[in-house]
Design a protein around this ligand. Structure first.
Ligand SMILES: Cc1ncc(COP(=O)(O)O)c(C=O)c1O
Length: 440
C-alpha cells in the first residue's frame, strides 16, 4: 500500500531504511542535509517511455512534450533529450534553460496567457516548434511583425469542461483566464484572425483542462468539444486541424488512498476519443501532442525533512515541526494538497498518534500535512514525503530567507547532486548596494 505513492524503485536498504534508486534515504539525508529533494531517474524515464510508447501507435504521429513548469533543471532536460522527448515551456526563461540544456527548439511548444513581445521574439528567433496562441493581445503583437519569420501555431481553446479536480488547478472551464472559449464564439473569431496573421502557420488546436485529474471522462468530453469546434472551423473557415495538443493533466497518488489511472490507460482513452470524435465528424485524424508534467516527475520525487520541535496542545492538536515547508512546497496551502509522510528508518511502522506536520516558516498556514496518523516521531528523525517531485521546487521561494534545498538524482545505487543547497551569498547576489542614481 506504501508503494503506490513512492517512486518505482522504492524499497528497503540493507539497514532497513527506506531506499530509492538503490540509495538509502537516511544516508542521503546525512550526506546532503535536509530538506533534500531526491528524484528517481528510473521513474522519470519509465513515465516518459510510457507516454512515448502509447503515442507510437497513433497513426497520424505525435509528440511527448514534458511540461517544464512541473520541475525544470539541466539534469531534467538531459533526460528529456536522452528519452527523445520535447517540452512545453511557459516563459522565455524556461525556453532558454531547455535550449541551453540541449533540447531542440523544434521540439518545444510555448503556451502561456500573457507572453511578452520579447518572449515572442525569442521564441521565433529560437525556431520554436509550436507557439500556442492564447489571447487577442498576442495576436496583435504577432500581427505587427514584419520580418517575414513564420512559426507553426496552435490556438488554445477552452472547451468548457470542468474536470473533477481542485478549482485552483482547473483550466478548461468557461470561467478561465486560459484560452479562447468555444462556447461564446471567441475561439472561432480568434481563429479567423490568426489565419490572417502572416507570422503564423496555424496548424491546429490546443487545450489543457486542468491538473491532478484522477478520472478520464473529462478528457473524453473535452476532446469531443474540441472536435465539434474543429468541424465548425472546417465548415466556416475551411480550416483543417492538422495537430491537436491535449495538454497534460493526469493525476498521481499523493497518498495511498488515491488511485490514478496508468499512463497507458490515459492515452488509450485520449486516442480512442480523438479517433471517435474526429471520425464521427468526417475529420482527418490529427497529429497528437501531450504535455504531461506532474505524472512524469511527481511520483519520482521524494522530499526529505528532519523532525525538530513538538508542541502538544492538550485536547486540541500536536504539532511536529520539520526543517522545510511552504518555501519548498507550497502545494498544501495553494490548493489543499494532501501528503502521507513516511518515517525513513521504519517506513511501515504502525501509526500511534495523529499529528500535524508543520513547516518552519512564519505563517500559520505553513502546514505540510494536517491531522496525519504517524508512528512515534523523535527530534532528529528523517521524514520522507512521497510524490513531491512536481510543482514544489518549481514554485519554491526564499521566504524567511529560506535557502532552497539541494536536489539529488538517484539511479542504480548512485546519488548525483544536480543542484547544491543555496547559500546566503546566492540570496544576496541580485541585490544592488552602494549605487547612486543621478537625477537627469
Ligand atoms: C498548458 C499546459 N500543459 C501542460 C500542463 C501540465 O499539466 P500536468 O502537470 O497536470 O500534467 C499544464 C499545467 O498546468 C499546462 O498549463
Amino acid at each position: 500500500m506504501m508503494g503506490r505513492m513512492l517512486p518505482d524503485t522504492a524499497g528497503r536498504s540493507s539497514a532497513g531504511n527506506l531506499s530509492v534508486g538503490g540509495c538509502d534515504l537516511l544516508e542521503l539525508a546525512q550526506r546532503f542535509g535536509t530538506p533534500l529533494y531526491v528524484f528517481d531517474e528510473a521513474t522519470i524515464r519509465g513515465r516518459l517511455r510510457a507516454y512515448r510508447e502509447g503515442l507510437r501507435r497513433w497513426p497520424a504521429g505525435g509528440d511527448v512534450l514534458y511540461s517544464a513548469k512541473a520541475y525544470l533543471s539541466p539534469a531534467m532536460v538531459a533526460i528529456l533529450v536522452e528519452e527523445d522527448c520535447g517540452a512545453d515551456v511557459v516563459s522565455g526563461a524556461e525556453l532558454e534553460i531547455a535550449v541551453r540544456g540541449g533540447l531542440a527548439a523544434g521540439r518545444i511548444a510555448f503556451p502561456g496567457n500573457n507572453k511578452s513581445a520579447a518572449e515572442l521574439d525569442a521564441a521565433l528567433a529560437a525556431g520554436i516548434g509550436h507557439l500556442v496562441v492564447d489571447s487577442e493581445h498576442e495576436l496583435e503583437l504577432l500581427a505587427g511583425r514584419t520580418d517575414g519569420a513564420r512559426v507553426r501555431a496552435l490556438l488554445r481553446v477552452s472547451p468548457g469542461v470542468r474536470p473533477d479536480t481542485h478549482a485552483h488547478i482547473s483550466t478548461g472551464q468557461v470561467d478561465s483566464k486560459f484560452g479562447f472559449g468555444v462556447a461564446g464564439g471567441q475561439a472561432m473569431a480568434a481563429l479567423r484572425r490568426a489565419l490572417g496573421v502572416a507570422a503564423l502557420d496555424v496548424c491546429g488546436l490546443h487545450m489543457h483542462i486542468g491538473s491532478q485529474i484522477l478520472e478520464l471522462h473529462s478528457h473524453a468530453a473535452a476532446v469531443d468539444a474540441l472536435a465539434e469546434f474543429a468541424a465548425a472551423a472546417r465548415d466556416e473557415l475551411g480550416f483543417e486541424t492538422r495537430t491537436v495538443s491535449a495538454g497534460g493533466g493526469l493525476g498521481i497518488a499523493h497518498t495511498a488512498a488515491e488511485t490514478p489511472p496508468p499512463v497507458s490507460e490515459f492515452l488509450k482513452v485520449l486516442t480512442e476519443s480523438v479517433e471517435r470524435s474526429f471520425s464521427a465528424r468526417g475529420l482527418r485524424l490529427p497529429a497528437l501532442h501531450v504535455e504531461p508534467g506532474r505524472s512524469v516527475v511527481g511520483p519520482a520525487g521524494v522530499a526529505l525533512y528532519t523532525v525538530g520541535a513538538r508542541k502538544h496542545i492538550p485536547g486540541v492538536r500536536t504539532y511536529v515541526s520539520v526543517d522545510g515547508g511552504m518555501a519548498d512546497n507550497i502545494r498544501p496551502e495553494l490548493y489543499g494538497a494532501r501528503y502521507q509522510p513516511l518515517l525513513v528508518r521504519d517506513p511501515e511502522a504502525t501509526p500511534v498518534e495523529t499529528v500535524t506536520i508543520a513547516g518552519r516558516y512564519c505563517e500559520s498556514t505553513d502546514v505540510l500535512v494536517r491531522d496525519c496518523p504517524m508512528p512515534e516521531l523523535r527530534a532528529g528523525d528523517v521524514l520522507a514525503v512521497p510524490a513531491a517531485g512536481a510543482y514544489t521546487l518549481s514554485m519554491a521561494s526564499n521566504y524567511n530567507a529560506g535557502l532552497r534545498p539541494a536536489v539529488v538524482f538517484v539511479h542504480n545505487g548512485i546519488a548525483r547532486l544536480v543542484r547544491r543547497r543555496e547559500t546566503v551569498d546566492d540570496l544576496l547576489r541580485c541585490e544592488v548596494t552602494g549605487a547612486t542614481v543621478t537625477p537627469t
